[in-house]
Design a protein around this ligand. Structure first.
Ligand SMILES: [Zn+2]
Ligand SMILES: [Zn+2]
Length: 358
C-alpha cells in the first residue's frame, strides 16, 4: 500500500518535471529575448503580467532591464481605477530600464494627475529627445498654454517648434495644430497655403487611421467620398465630414484615456475653478484658472489646443453649439474672437477650416 502511494507520488513529480523541463533547459538569454519580444508586442498589460506569473524564473527574468526597456505603449494601458503604488513602482522600473513609452506615460501622469509638474515634464522631455511624437506634442501643448506656470510662461515659438517635430514624425494632432498655427499666424509667420496643406494632410491621415480596411494612397477623390459615404452611412460621428464621409472618432492614446478616467473618477473636476479639455478623448486639465481657450459662440466648452477644438467641432460640437450657427453655415465664418481673459477662442475656427479644407 505504502509502496503504491510512493509510486503515485513519484509519477506526479516526474510529470511536473517534464512540464517545466522545456523552460528549465532554455538558457537565460533566450528567455530574456522571448520576454523582450512579448514586452514589445503585448496588446494589454495582462499579456505580460500573465507571463511573469508562469514561474519564479520568468518573474525574475521578465523584470530584467533588457526586457523592460522594450515596453510598448499597450503595456501601459493601465486603467485609472487600477492605479496603485505597485503600478507606479512597475512604471518606475520601466523608466529606470530606459523605456521611452514609460518616460511618456509616467510623465503625463505625474504632470497632470499627481501635479508633480517638474518631474512629469522632465520625463516627457526624455521621451521627446528620443523622438517620441506624442511626448513632443504634449510638450508643445504645455508650451502653448504655459501649463504648470503663469500666463506669461507661454512660449508660442517653442510650442510651434515642438509641434513641427511631432508633425514631421506623423503625429496627427500635431499636424492639425501646426496647420492652424500657420493658417492663423500663431507663434509662427502666417502662411495660409501651407497651413491648409497640413490640415488636408492631417485629415487624410485621420481617415487612414480610423479606416484600416481602406487604403488611401492620397487624399480621397470625389468618387472615393461617395463610396465611403455609402459604406458607412449616417449612424457614426461626422469626423471627416470635410470629405463627406462619416466615421467614428479616433481611439484615444493610453495616456489620454488614463487622464480622462482619472478625472472622471474625481467628479470631472481637476480642481477649484479648473476645467477639463472638452474634446472627449483628450483628458488634459487646466493647471490654472482660465488656462484653456473656450468656444466664443456658446462659451460652454474649453480646449487645451486648436487641434482639440477643431476635432471636437467636427465630431459633434458643431451640432451642439448655438443652434442657429449649426443651421446656417454663413453665420459661422469669421475671425477668431478674443476671450475676456485674453485667450484666443472661437468655435468658428473649426468650421472655418472645414470650409477651407473641403
Ligand atoms: Zn485637449
Ligand atoms: Zn460652442
Amino acid at each position: 500500500m505504502v509502496s503504491r502511494k510512493r509510486q503515485r507520488v513519484s509519477r506526479t513529480t516526474s510529470l511536473e518535471d517534464s512540464k517545466s523541463e522545456p523552460f528549465e533547459k532554455l538558457p537565460d538569454d533566450l528567455v530574456i529575448c522571448i520576454l523582450s519580444k512579448l514586452c514589445s508586442t503585448s496588446s494589454s498589460p495582462s499579456d505580460f503580467v500573465n507571463a511573469l506569473l508562469v514561474c519564479k524564473r520568468f518573474n525574475r527574468l521578465g523584470l530584467n532591464q533588457l526586457v523592460l526597456s522594450k515596453a510598448c505603449s499597450s503595456l501601459f494601458a493601465i486603467r485609472a481605477k487600477n492605479w496603485s503604488e505597485s503600478a507606479h513602482r512597475f512604471l518606475k522600473l520601466c523608466v529606470n530600464a530606459g523605456s521611452v513609452e514609460a518616460f511618456y506615460f509616467l510623465g503625463m501622469i505625474r504632470f497632470y494627475c499627481l501635479k508633480n509638474r517638474g518631474s512629469g515634464a522632465s520625463l516627457m522631455a526624455k521621451a521627446a529627445i528620443k523622438s517620441h511624437a506624442p511626448a513632443l506634442y504634449s510638450l508643445a501643448v504645455i508650451q502653448f498654454n504655459g501649463s504648470g506656470g503663469a500666463k506669461s510662461d507661454k512660449d508660442l515659438r517653442a510650442g510651434v517648434a515642438l509641434c513641427a517635430r511631432a508633425a514631421y514624425l506623423g503625429h496627427i494632432a500635431a499636424l492639425r495644430e501646426l496647420g492652424h498655427c500657420l493658417k492663423d499666424g500663431y507663434g509662427v509667420k502666417q502662411n495660409v497655403t501651407e497651413g491648409r496643406r497640413l490640415l488636408i494632410q492631417a485629415n487624410g491621415r485621420e481617415l487612414a487611421s480610423v479606416l484600416p480596411s481602406v487604403t488611401l494612397s492620397s487624399v480621397p477623390t470625389k468618387t472615393t467620398n461617395k463610396k465611403l459615404l455609402g459604406q458607412f452611412g449616417s449612424g457614426c460621428c461626422a469626423l471627416l465630414s470635410d470629405f463627406g464621409c462619416n466615421v467614428p472618432a479616433p481611439e484615444p492614446e493610453p495616456s489620454n484615456r488614463f487622464l480622462t478616467e482619472w478625472f472622471a473618477l474625481r467628479g470631472g473636476e481637476p480642481g477649484p475653478s479648473l476645467r477639463l479639455c472638452s474634446n472627449q478623448g483628450c483628458g488634459r486639465p487646466e493647471t490654472r484658472p482660465f488656462e484653456f481657450r473656450r468656444c466664443s459662440v456658446c462659451g460652454t466648452v474649453n480646449y487645451c489646443s486648436r487641434s482639440c477644438q477643431a476635432l471636437d467641432w467636427k465630431v459633434g460640437h458643431k451640432l451642439r453649439c448655438s443652434p442657429q450657427v449649426a443651421a446656417d453655415p454663413w453665420l459661422n465664418v469669421g475671425p477668431i474672437g478674443a476671450h475676456p481673459h485674453g485667450h484666443m477662442v472661437g468655435a468658428e475656427a473649426g468650421h472655418h477650416n472645414l470650409q477651407a479644407e473641403s
